[in-house]
Design a protein. Structure first.
Length: 131
């Protein structure tokens, strides 16, 4: 149940002062995906799927696991939730706006918990802040 991944390299530059610049290079290969959340660098090495969360997404919300993986791979916006999980706001390759809540586990593993089609306010937030 995985999306065929491509190799992508992103380079970001941050100008700290007229003489200081930080360059950050992000590499995504196979299911390796590095993301910035505030000052945190998250590296997703694997996505944990089992019968429980697959059925919850498919039957409870009409979301395929592949769509969740697409959202996580397509430059989503991230926010930390009040319960300590993460919310990813993003698009599937078909253009569906989804919110995905996931748990961050050791060794770069994320476990999708729940998700939904973005509400109008979430779509507005995403469009305003997406790069």
């Amino acid at each position: 149940m995985s999306v065929p991944w491509l190799i992508n390299i992103f380079t970001l530059q941050f100008k700290l002062s007229p003489t200081q610049t930080i360059t950050l290079t992000i590499l995504r290969l196979n299911v390796i995906l590095c993301m910035i959340l505030g000052e945190l660098l998250l590296q997703i090495l694997d996505i944990e799927w089992d019968e429980g969360n697959v059925l919850h997404f498919e039957l409870g919300h009409g979301i395929e696991p592949e769509e969740v993986e697409e959202v996580l791979a397509n430059k989503p916006l991230f926010r930390r939730t009040k319960k300590g999980h993460y919310a990813a706001f993003g698009l599937t390759t078909a253009g569906r706006f989804l919110t995905v809540i996931f748990e961050w586990k050791p060794k770069g593993v994320v476990r999708p918990i729940t998700g939904w089609d973005m509400r109008r306010s979430e779509v507005q937030y995403y469009k305003k802040h997406a790069r």
